[in-house]
Design a protein. Structure first.
Length: 340
């Protein structure tokens, strides 16, 4: 049996190879606004290498580099996993009014805040730049697992909620955890008794699954493609309202298996608090152009995520509305933190 470290290197290498093919092609050279970066840019990924969050940061770097922004400043991607995203977000909090630092927002950090696992709410404590896509959550097992379907998984967990070791990334209470718990709760499982283990990235949780250290992994669609193609895992269900295409055309929804649940998470880009309108506009335009590029469209098709661009103001309103919606879901699941 391979070690987690050996498997992690293999899966990350496979994911990196896939990204290389998707990110080819030069971006157009648009006109730029009143502000542009005058020092190197750092995109701080709140997860380890190889997962969907890391993939987004590296896609944005590729698009930035190919956009030939005047000034020629370097776009760096750094990985700072841990503490439910707080380690990464602290970098931006310490760089108030500095537009050269970016990170990722999603429903995951709203739910982590609501469950009491994170004391930073990115859309309030940082600057929302844009929403760029919606993602869906899947549940997967090893190919040799006796669990054949989502209905089978739900039946086992109804009998004994602690019978299956479930891996999520990057934190307990994030969107992957909540999206999966929502479906299992709808199937009659006592989700407060589930055994859920957090990993620094979905690349690591997938390696742990294949290595026999977990029974089930919940992850967003990009994170399972490589191992699904390799025949190493069986994807039991997807949280979309209807079947996806591509690699997931053969994966039924929870609803198709008699479990009335759907879920999606909006991924967005955030910057430090206190940056100027011109600086917000620069990064909003960059995100908009990226979301309209052939590279991003191909990546979305491969990952079966749903392009969904919203600019700064719409993104801020959207995440605040979603905060209220997520609060109801988390409370209904019995996972709402004290004082939330």
């Amino acid at each position: 049996m391979e070690t987690i470290y050996q498997g992690r290197r293999r899966v990350i290498a496979a994911l990196g190879t896939g990204m290389g093919g998707l990110l080819l092609g030069a971006a157009a050279r648009p006109a730029w606004g009143a502000w542009r970066p005058d020092q190197n840019v750092e995109f701080v990924v709140p997860a380890g290498p190889g997962g969907a969050l890391d993939q987004t940061g590296r896609a944005m770097k590729q698009f930035y580099d190919e956009s030939h922004v005047p000034g020629g400043k370097t776009f760096l991607v750094t990985n700072k996993p841990g503490a439910n995203g707080k380690i990464a977000f602290e970098v931006l909090l310490q760089k108030r009014a500095d537009p050269h630092y970016l990170s990722i927002n999603s429903h995951g950090y709203i739910s982590s805040y609501l469950t009491g696992n994170l004391d930073i709410l990115p859309h309030r404590d940082l600057t929302p730049i844009a929403v760029i896509q919606d993602e869906f959550v899947v549940a997967a097992v090893r190919t040799e697992s006796p669990i054949q379907s989502a209905a089978d998984l739900a039946e086992r967990l109804r009998r004994d909620p602690a019978s299956q070791r479930i891996g999520v990334a990057t934190s307990i209470g994030n969107h992957i955890h909540i999206g999966t718990a929502k479906a299992l709760g709808a199937a009659g499982v006592d989700v407060r008794k589930l055994v859920v283990a957090p990993f620094k990235s979905s690349a690591e949780s997938m390696v742990a699954l294949v290595g026999g250290h977990l029974d089930v992994v919940a992850a967003t669609t990009p994170n399972v493609i490589a191992l699904k193609k390799a025949g190493k895992i069986r994807v039991l269900a997807v949280s979309a309202g209807q079947r996806l295409g591509g690699q997931f055309a053969d994966v039924p929804t929870w609803k198709e298996q008699g479990i009335d649940s759907t879920f999606s998470s909006a991924m967005g880009i955030v910057a430090a608090k206190g940056i100027s309108e011109d600086q917000i506009q620069f990064w909003e335009d960059m995100c908009r152009r990226m979301s309209q590029s052939p590279m991003w469209e191909q990546l979305a098709e491969t990952n079966q995520s749903r392009p969904n661009f919203m600019g700064h103001r719409d993104a801020a309103r959207f995440y605040e509305e979603e905060y209220q919606s997520m609060r109801e879901i988390v409370a209904k699941l019995g996972l709402l933190g004290a004082g939330k």
